[in-house]
Write a protein that binds this ligand. Structure first.
Ligand SMILES: *[C@@H]1O[C@H](CO)[C@@H](O)[C@H](O)[C@H]1NC(C)=O
Ligand SMILES: *[C@@H]1O[C@H](CO)[C@@H](O)[C@H](O)[C@H]1NC(C)=O
Ligand SMILES: *[C@@H]1O[C@H](CO)[C@@H](O)[C@H](O)[C@H]1NC(C)=O
Ligand SMILES: *[C@@H]1O[C@H](CO)[C@@H](O)[C@H](O)[C@H]1NC(C)=O
Ligand SMILES: *[C@@H]1O[C@H](CO)[C@@H](O)[C@H](O)[C@H]1NC(C)=O
Ligand SMILES: *[C@@H]1O[C@H](CO)[C@@H](O)[C@H](O)[C@H]1NC(C)=O
Ligand SMILES: *[C@@H]1O[C@H](CO)[C@@H](O)[C@H](O)[C@H]1NC(C)=O
Ligand SMILES: *[C@@H]1O[C@H](CO)[C@@H](O)[C@H](O)[C@H]1NC(C)=O
Ligand SMILES: *[C@@H]1O[C@H](CO)[C@@H](O)[C@H](O)[C@H]1NC(C)=O
Ligand SMILES: *[C@@H]1O[C@H](CO)[C@@H](O)[C@H](O)[C@H]1NC(C)=O
Ligand SMILES: *[C@@H]1O[C@H](CO)[C@@H](O)[C@H](O)[C@H]1NC(C)=O
Length: 776
């Protein structure tokens, strides 16, 4: 069933493997926080070396020290390091004295040999400074490690015994309590621990089970802080007296085998340690590292080999950026089906939606194209979560509710799937879920639903310093929540129309962004007037305007998050959020004073540094020129960021990858089709490759070809387009392009043309076109 060798034809005539274009180390330094280790697509087990530097995703190429090798991670997230539970660490105890081994993280950590790092889909390896090397690969719920120990001797020539410890902590040192036991006869170590989610409420319990092979056991035991003993064989630790953090775990020492290699098979489970053992036994019965690794590679090839490009001279850097971006789309969310202890269900269960605020804009739309079956399963998982918890999540990690950043953006993920005809989804349940978001305020809206709904319905905006006694959350972000809630209500209207329900109340609320537009608001930078008048501003309950400097929270000012410097705009400025009206850019243009004004504002915002390419709210703004009838300027703008801010270097991401959000932004941009998520709309721009195609299955192949392609990117202006051979003047196209396997042929030139500039060619806006299933 596995297509073992899939050859990948390139225009150069050489044949290569798609995996050769994937470098998991892209974004492993400089804040990308990617997961650079071994995983299956959406796999729960994710094995990598953990470092003490930029370790949010475990490993970084920042030359910091390795603290262990662990099997659970998140990908691309910001803030606290996520997961990294129960790391293994291999070492020798000098003089074979147990107490000469280094147990706590800070004393055992070691540099890695920079030139030994190998990161490939499904595989990761490096060698520590002490010459012990580690290789790892994974199945769905288990990791297989191979540690190679050099032939180390004590001073009198005795061979040293390799030791492998399991530490009961995680990357963030969030452990509350943990239990571990070791079987002296078999060396099996199993246990569990209670930890805190890295960006959410509550706690979670994770279980593990590790077996060893390749060497006979010398002894085993426990350690607590920097002392160890061969008794007891079981241990329970708490957070520690006075919250003094106890470092503890278990170890096994071995007689060094002649080839020096000891394997560790590490099973994980959220159900029980027995289940963790079963997962490992079932998925890695034969301990055959090469077979497990080949299966992981095949799984990745299967996910990506239906996407092909003819680079036409485009650099390897761009090709690597493209495929690696697609690859990173399939690391999170993680498929925890069968591993959810919170409810019983036959539906899929995905976790690490981390966070939907980041992923709804480009990552989920990308999965809808390149992996629609899994995207459909993710939507079903969101709905099953709604069914059992009563609310759609906005962010989710380690079985816990993550913090909501803006609107109820799972609504957009659902409706995006709806307008793109994903199958297998219970749309009446989806309708119920999004209506609940719009109509019912949860007591705790910090991690589900929306806050301020009474004001939203009565005043039609979220007030500055709202008086909200119905529910409780971080009482900030009134501007960004207003624009996001308005868009959420727009997509609810779309679903309502599709299902034959009355959309009118949601269509009305979809215009609520207008109520925070203060037409005489000016904006100064260091005392210099930007010259632009009219911005969103906070408004009190009584209708009086409040004030937030339009440049506050921009890169020219101070960062604003939920906890640091909470403001009326979340992680971005009024300047950025002024462009966030995805449902009605035509009305926004009218409000701001016309298409020319919008273009001037966009140019100013990008060129002054007010906009932040390292964060997701900017994604659609790069393409906002389309709505002003100047699609050429969107293409021109995106070339200012790719490859200068998105490239294949280790520091090649402008900010946190956020689960693959950055990867999908760059991949969509290079394809020359950018989604307006929640609508059946892709904005057309010039691709970065001579052609590309995606085989959607069933002999359905969607293709974009160019004429006059120029890898030096002087010819980035679309002159004309044909769709399946017929002239095509609109600057956008629907998902039918993919679903029905159409062909776009784009003729390029070195100057802007009138293609896509006429009113009738603009992408749809709520106030100027029919909404719902917009057909061509
Ligand atoms: C190796 O070190 C160099 C120089 O510090 C650095 O640029 C590079 O990213 C490192 N590579 C890895 C794999 O850590
Ligand atoms: C890594 O550990 C070594 C000692 O083993 C130490 O000299 C070095 O400063 C550490 N590096 C970092 C980045 O902490
Ligand atoms: C060599 O040293 C080790 C560790 O110090 C000790 O356990 C062992 O008994 C010594 N062997 C001999 C032959 O002296
Ligand atoms: C590791 O191996 C290198 C090269 O064989 C050797 O020079 C070095 O001394 C070894 N280091 C340790 C800690 O064994
Ligand atoms: C472990 O810690 C969690 C979170 O603090 C607590 O709810 C639980 O009762 C503790 N379990 C044990 C066995 O101490
Ligand atoms: C963790 O393991 C201990 C020891 O086996 C067991 O008593 C406890 O019930 C386990 N905790 C959970 C939450 O399964
Ligand atoms: C504003 O002025 C300060 C102090 O002169 C300077 O550091 C800062 O870069 C200026 N900001 C902008 C956006 O020009
Ligand atoms: C409205 O409320 C704000 C904040 O409490 C207050 O500063 C302002 O004076 C009020 N406006 C009126 C007209 O009462
Ligand atoms: C690659 O992207 C990074 C992050 O945005 C940027 O700092 C770097 O300058 C870029 N490199 C190149 C060669 O453009
Ligand atoms: C494509 O083929 C699969 C089975 O291989 C089938 O389930 C699916 O319905 C087909 N889709 C279309 C659009 O024909
Ligand atoms: C979805 O299905 C409807 C009804 O078959 C069809 O009209 C529409 O074009 C489809 N939309 C997409 C995006 O394929």
């Amino acid at each position: 069933m596995w297509k073992h060798v899939v050859l990948f034809a390139l225009a150069t005539g050489t044949s290569c493997h798609v995996l050769d274009y994937i470098d998991p180390l892209i974004g492993s330094n400089g804040g990308g926080n990617v997961f650079a280790g071994a995983t299956l697509p959406y796999g729960m087990a994710k094995a990598v070396a953990d470092v003490d530097g930029q370790n949010t995703g475990g490993f970084s190429t920042d030359n910091s020290n390795v603290t262990g090798f662990s099997s659970m991670h998140d990908a691309g997230t910001g803030g606290n390091p996520s997961l990294g539970n129960f790391p293994l660490f291999p070492q020798f105890c000098p003089g074979n004295d147990l107490n000469n081994c280094r147990f706590p993280k800070d004393s055992r950590k070691l540099p890695y040999k920079n030139d030994t790092v190998v990161a490939r889909p499904g595989y990761f390896a490096l060698t520590l400074d002490n010459n012990i090397s580690a290789e790892m690969t994974t199945t769905k719920h288990a990791a297989l490690y191979q540690f190679s120990f050099p032939d180390a001797k004590a001073e009198n020539g005795t061979t040293l015994h390799p030791l492998i410890l399991v530490d009961l902590d995680d990357l963030w040192l969030s452990r509350q309590n943990a239990s571990v036991s070791v079987d002296a006869a078999t060396g099996r170590i199993s246990g569990n621990g209670t930890f805190l989610p890295s960006f959410g409420a509550g706690s979670y319990v994770l279980h593990f089970c590790v077996d060893f092979a390749g060497a006979s056991i010398f002894d085993s035991g426990m350690y607590v802080n920097d002392r160890a003993g061969t008794e007891p064989k079981e241990l329970y630790v708490t957070r520690g007296f006075n919250l003094f953090y106890i470092q503890a775990g278990s170890f096994v020492r071995f007689h060094r085998p002649s080839d020096g290699t000891i394997s560790a098979r590490f099973g994980v489970s959220y159900i029980s340690s027995d289940k963790a053992c079963q997962n490992a036994e079932h998925e890695i019965p034969d301990w055959d590292f090469d077979v497990i690794r080949a299966r992981a590679e095949d799984a990745w090839i299967e996910k990506l080999d239906h996407i092909s490009i003819t680079p036409g001279g485009a650099s390897e850097d761009l090709q690597n950026t493209f495929y690696s971006g697609l690859y990173r789309n399939m690391i999170n969310p993680q498929d925890y089906t069968g591993e959810n202890p919170q409810w019983e269900s036959d539906e899929p269960y995905f976790d690490s939606f981390y966070c939907i605020w980041d992923a709804f804009r480009a990552q989920h739309p990308m999965l809808t194209i390149i992996d629609p079956n899994e995207q459909s399963r993710m939507v079903r998982s969101l709905l099953d979560t709604y069914k059992h918890r009563g609310w759609l999540p906005d962010c989710q990690m380690s079985l816990s509710r993550g913090w909501t950043q803006g609107g109820s953006n799972a609504d957009v993920v659902l409706v995006d799937a709806y307008v793109k005809n994903l199958t297998g989804i219970d749309w009446s349940l989806a309708y119920e879920a999004v209506i609940k978001d719009a109509e019912v305020e949860p007591l705790d809206w910090s991690n589900q639903g929306r806050g301020g709904l009474q004001s939203w319905k009565r005043l039609n905006y979220i007030p500055y310093l709202d008086y909200d006694y119905l529910g409780f959350g971080t009482n900030s972000r009134s501007i960004s929540r207003t624009v996001e809630y308005a868009y959420n209500d727009f997509v609810i209207a779309t679903l309502s129309i599709g299902l034959g329900k009355d959309p009118s109340v949601y269509l009305q609320r979809a215009s609520n962004w207008r109520n925070l537009y203060k037409s005489d608001q000016t904006s100064f930078i260091n005392g210099t007037d930007t010259g632009f008048v009219g911005f969103f501003q906070p408004k009190y309950l009584n209708g009086t305007w409040g004030y937030q400097d339009p440049i506050a929270c921009s890169p020219l000012a101070t960062f604003c998050s939920l906890t640091s410097n909470p403001s009326e705009t979340f992680e971005s400025s009024v300047w950025e959020y002024q462009f966030y009206v995805p449902q009605d850019m035509a009305a926004l243009i009218d409000t701001l004073g016309g298409a020319e004004t919008l273009i001037k504002r966009l140019d100013y915002a990008f060129e002054s540094g007010l906009l932040d390419i390292s964060n997701e709210p900017v994604f659609l703004t790069v393409y906002a020129y389309h709505y002003a009838g100047r699609p050429a300027l969107s293409t021109k703008r995106v070339h200012t960021y790719i490859p200068s801010r998105f490239n294949s270097s280790y520091t090649g991401l402008p900010g946190n990858d956020d689960s693959g959000a950055m990867g999908s932004f760059s991949a969509f941009s290079m394809m020359g089709l950018f989604p307006n998520a929640g609508q059946n709309v892709y904005l057309i721009s010039a691709p970065f490759f001579e052609s590309w195609s995606i085989n959607m299955g069933n002999d359905t192949v969607a293709t974009v070809k160019t004429v006059n392609f120029d890898p030096a990117y002087k010819n980035i202006y679309i002159q004309s387009v044909t769709l399946n051979g017929g002239q095509y003047k609109k600057s956008w196209i629907g998902h039918e392009f993919f679903a029905q396997g159409w062909t776009l042929e784009i003729t390029l030139g070195d100057a802007e043309s009138d293609w896509g500039t006429k009113d009738e060619d603009l992408p749809p806006s709520m106030s100027t076109s029919q909404i719902g299933h917009m057909s061509l």
